[in-house]
Design a protein around this ligand. Structure first.
Ligand code: PLP
Length: 385
């Protein structure tokens, strides 16, 4: 494909481009500073200082102490470490974990495996907007409950969960509370103290830092079982020589996210609204999934009735990049677990697309994308795709 004619990128929830300032911050650690942060000489001190600066930048975005930040390889590892780390540290007969049906697989699969290892897991349902009820959280709590893990915002439909309420319930009963904030960090405030979370996960590549780096905020004093054994990096919590280059990138991205939180949120929402309004005007028979108010500012899950989402994405391939919420194989619709939990009817689910805007999205891109989407949907409907 011609590099100058790239498709319009409306898939920022999948991943984000690198911010140019992030690239600049990382460059010296690619080109010049290669020391091992554990070395006591000049080379080591340079990279050690860079890692600690990044730790302070991440902590500032999350409103926690730098020593509460553990760098990881991304959202998946952060979630694994949080959930498995608590489960193994607090293992006892009947130990019970509460989660929800709309979590990312990096939570669901961890809980599933723990269930196979003898833990009891309750998976809470959601309403038609993809919202977990705090009353359901309260009802699910047992004397044996050791952990509640509830995502801050959903990656497919953007619904923001009642994390503060759930965290309060957990705290009042001595239960550890974890939230997966991979999608919310940089889009809405992710103040770990305000949310009341003991553990909070973030992923670099969702906020303009590279893929393969993330962080877990661990409340001071909370003991987690290590996932890996090795040397004593990250305060003995995560062994292995630090990924200095990307940690520097994550730190810079968090600094920028904090500075630009309000402006970026407002911009992404304006772009999302322009897209949503335009689609409602130009594409008949659509519905928007997710909560009408409690929704990430950038996320638009939209179902186009009578059209197969993958056929629509394939037909727009060179022009617009987005994701599908369901796949249709041999006449059978395989709905995403999120749409299924929301009980989106199959005839709507099969036409579900997720558009997600970002800091780099422009009005001109939205307007072009609107023309492409509306024109392609109309053509596929005529052809009965
Ligand atoms: C909500 C959520 N949690 C976790 C992850 C996994 O993060 P990573 O890709 O950094 O492992 C993602 C990425 O898609 C996500 O959207």
């Amino acid at each position: 494909m011609d590099e100058h004619k790239r498709p319009i990128y409306l898939d920022y929830n999948a991943t984000t481009p690198h911010d140019p300032e992030v690239i600049e911050a990382m460059r010296p650690y690619l080109e010049a500073h290669f020391g091992n942060p554990s070395s006591s000489h000049w080379y080591g001190r340079k990279t050690h200082e860079a890692v600690e600066t990044a730790r302070a930048q991440v902590a500032a975005l999350l409103n926690c102490e730098p020593r509460e930040i553990v760098f990881t390889s991304g959202g998946t590892e952060s979630n694994n470490y949080a959930i498995r780390g608590i489960a193994l540290a607090r293992r006892r007969p009947g130990a019970h974990i509460i989660t929800s049906q709309i979590e990312h697989p990096a939570v669901t699969a961890v809980c599933g495996r723990l269930q196979g290892e003898g833990f009891d897991v309750t998976c809470l349902p959601v309403d038609e907007h993809g919202l977990v009820s705090a009353c359901d959280v309260e009802r699910a709590i047992r004397p044996e409950t050791i952990l509640i893990t509830l995502m801050h915002a959903n990656n497919e439909v953007g619904t923001i969960q009642p994390v503060e309420e759930a965290a309060r319930l957990a705290k009042s009963r001595g239960i550890v509370f974890h939230t997966d904030a991979a999608q919310s960090a940089g889009k809405i405030p992710t103040d770990v103290r305000g949310l009341g979370a003991d553990l909070l996960s973030i992923a670099g590549h969702k906020l303009y830092a590279p893929k393969g780096v993330g962080a877990l905020c661990v409340r001071e004093g909370l003991a987690l079982e290590r996932l890996m054994d090795g040397a004593g990096q990250e305060g003995g919590r995560r062994p292995g020589t630090e990924n200095v280059l990307e940690i520097v990138g994550l730190g810079k991205a968090c600094q920028l996210a904090l500075q630009r939180l309000a402006a970026n949120g407002e911009h992404m929402q304006r772009m999302r609204q322009r897209l949503e309004t335009g689609l409602r005007e130009r594409v008949p028979r659509i519905r928007v999934n997710g909560h009408p108010e409690r929704r990430l500012p950038n996320t638009l899950s939209v179902s186009v009735h009578g059209v197969d989402a993958n056929a629509l994405l394939a037909a727009m391939e060179g022009q617009v990049a987005a994701s599908a919420g369901a796949a249709c194989h041999s006449g059978q619709v395989h709905m995403s677990h999120v749409l299924r939990a929301m009980q989106v009817p199959e005839e709507w689910a099969r036409g579900t697309l997720r558009f997600s805007t970002g800091a780099m999205t422009s009005e001109a891109e939205i307007d072009t994308a609107l023309t492409v989407i509306a024109g392609t949907a109309a053509r596929l409907r005529r052809e009965g795709a």
